[in-house]
Every structure is written in structure tokens, then in C-alpha cells.
Design a protein around this ligand. Structure first.
Ligand SMILES: [Zn+2]
Length: 297
């Protein structure tokens, strides 16, 4: 009953694998929540992928208490993808009995601490910025169970299995997002596959190689830049490279999220560039939209 009500709040189907877009925007205050996705299996919310600013508000609107999720998976530790994490943990602190959560994200490199150090900088009992929430990390069996995924080789295409349950599997693979340690996530359930590509440039060779021809029913890619010169192509795929990835994977449906005004302002040109390579269905996500992962035909 609960699952049906939750699915109704998000207009997600009660069967199969689907992804609800809680936040379809990027880092700039342009009227959309930051990237945040709920993966539903048979109508039941199981995973939160990314926790951008506004994710907690949208979880509440969707009627999803964060402590009911199996895990939170963070693609990378930019503010627009991880900024709401402490707020989500604070909300889950009100759960009775006390909540446990699994948290997945990248290891560290250069400017970026790994997920464990990132969370310690927030929650550590003596020096954490939000040390009043340090009980999440306390004791021999902390309630926040942190797993870092190796992100250093975005050419390898190696998939790391993170969750293996009877009804679904979650895995991660490294992608290229400039100097930022970054991951894409893949969810497989009952013959259906959803790929959440995260922020990635067109130099994510391992992503293209590992998933080539895998025919995911749903591919969520980030629409952060328009086509043409002067754009940060070392960080993000332009629409032409999004279309090439969608075609290479054989995606059943492409959903564009992380929609930034600079890309939306040139939407027609961008969609035409995608169409050069990819002939499948394309949707521009909005906050609260739900997208089923169709089965390959
Ligand atoms: Zn981003």
C-alpha cells in the first residue's frame, strides 16, 4: 500500500524499474533543484542518486523519508551534487528506531577528499562542521556505512558492484569530469537497466566502452553546456557527444537533466545535434518527473 502511495506521489509505475527526477537543474540558482534522482523498483523507492540542493525538499514533496532508502550514491563531491547530504542525515535522525544508511561515492584525488574524509569533515566528533550530528559515525558499527569507489581510471570501464539484492543490483564506474573524481551509476532489475551518467565529459572512454550496445531502457545524461566553442568540454559533454553516447549504448530513452539555462537557451540546436547520432526518445527532465526504464525490444 505504501509503495503505491509513494509511486502515486511521483507518478511512477507500480511495476518495473524507474527513475524519478527530484532535481533537474545544475549549480546556478535558475529555478530547479540540484541533481537528485530516486530509483524505484516495483514502485518502491530504493536509492537516492546525488543529493543536490533542494533534494531534501523534493524528498518531502514525494513522501519519501530518506531513512527508508537502501542507500545514497553520490556521483562526485561538487556542491551541486552533494550539498544536501547533511540536511538529509539530519532529517533521518528523527527516525525511530535510529536509521542506518549506506553511502557510496568516489575516492579522493587532488583538490577533492574522498567520500570518507568528506563526511568526516562534516560529522567528526571533535572537528566536524556539524559535529552535533557525529553519532552517525560513532561506535564500532557506525549508522552511516561509507564505501568509496575507485575513480582514478576513467578509461578502464571497470564496474564495481555495490548492491546485489534479489530484485536489483547497483554498480558504479569511473567517468571523466575534468580533475574531479566522478562516477556513473548503473541499476539493473528484472531485465531492465537504468544508467545515471552523472557529470561527465566526452573523454569518458571507459563508460562508452563498458556499456556499448548494452541497450539500457533509460539513460539519464547531463545537459550542462550547449554545442559550439567556448564551453567547458573538459567537464561536460556537449549535446552532440550526448547523442553519440546514447547511440553507442543503444539507449531506449534519453533523459536530459542537470539542465542549465545556457544549454536550454539553445535547446533546439542541442536537440538537433543529439539527433545527428541518436534516433530514440529524448525528454528534457523536470523536477518531479518519473521515467520508466523500458525493456529492450
Ligand atoms: Zn554538476
Amino acid at each position: 500500500m505504501l509503495a503505491l502511495l509513494l509511486a502515486g506521489a511521483l507518478a511512477c509505475p507500480a511495476t518495473g524499474l524507474s527513475v524519478a527526477v527530484l532535481g533537474s537543474g545544475g549549480p546556478i540558482a535558475e529555478g530547479r533543484a540540484g541533481p537528485a534522482y530516486v530509483v524505484l523498483v516495483n514502485g518502491r523507492p530504493r536509492l537516492l542518486v546525488d543529493a543536490g540542493p533542494g533534494a531534501l525538499l523534493r524528498l518531502g514533496e514525494a513522501g519519501i523519508p530518506p531513512e527508508t532508502l537502501d542507500a545514497i550514491a553520490i556521483s562526485h563531491l561538487h556542491v551541486d551534487h552533494a550539498g544536501d547530504l547533511p540536511a538529509i542525515l539530519k532529517s533521518a535522525n528523527f527516525a525511530d528506531p535510529p536509521a542506518r544508511l549506506a553511502l557510496f561515492g568516489p575516492d579522493g584525488r587532488g583538490l577533492f577528499p574522498g567520500l570518507a574524509q568528506h563526511m568526516a569533515s562534516l560529522l567528526e566528533a571533535r572537528s566536524g562542521a556539524f559535529r552535533y550530528l557525529s553519532d552517525w559515525l560513532a561506535g564500532p558499527q557506525p549508522r552511516l556505512v561509507i564505501t568509496e569507489v575507485a575513480s582514478g581510471d576513467s578509461d578502464s570501464g571497470h564496474e564495481t558492484l555495490l548492491i546485489d539484492r534479489p530484485d536489483y543490483r547497483l554498480s558504479a564506474l569511473a567517468v571523466h569530469h575534468g580533475v574531479v573524481p566522478a562516477l556513473a551509476f548503473v541499476v539493473r532489475s528484472g531485465g531492465q537497466t537504468a544508467v545515471l551518467a552523472g557529470d561527465q565529459s566526452e573523454f569518458s572512454d571507459g563508460f562508452d566502452k563498458a556499456l556499448a550496445g548494452s541497450r539500457p531502457g533509460l539513460l539519464v545524461m547531463h545537459h550542462a553546456i550547449p554545442e559550439g566553442p567556448g564551453q567547458p568540454r573538459g567537464l561536460h559533454r556537449p549535446p552532440s557527444a550526448i547523442g553519440q553516447a546514447a547511440a553507442g549504448l543503444g539507449a531506449g530513452r534519453l533523459v536530459l537533466s542537470h539542465n542549465m539555462k545556457r544549454a536550454l537557451d539553445r535547446q533546439a540546436e542541442g536537440l538537433a545535434a543529439i539527433r545527428q547520432a541518436y534516433a530514440g526518445a529524448v525528454s528534457i527532465a523536470h523536477d518531479g518527473g518519473c521515467y520508466p526504464a523500458s525493456k529492450p525490444e
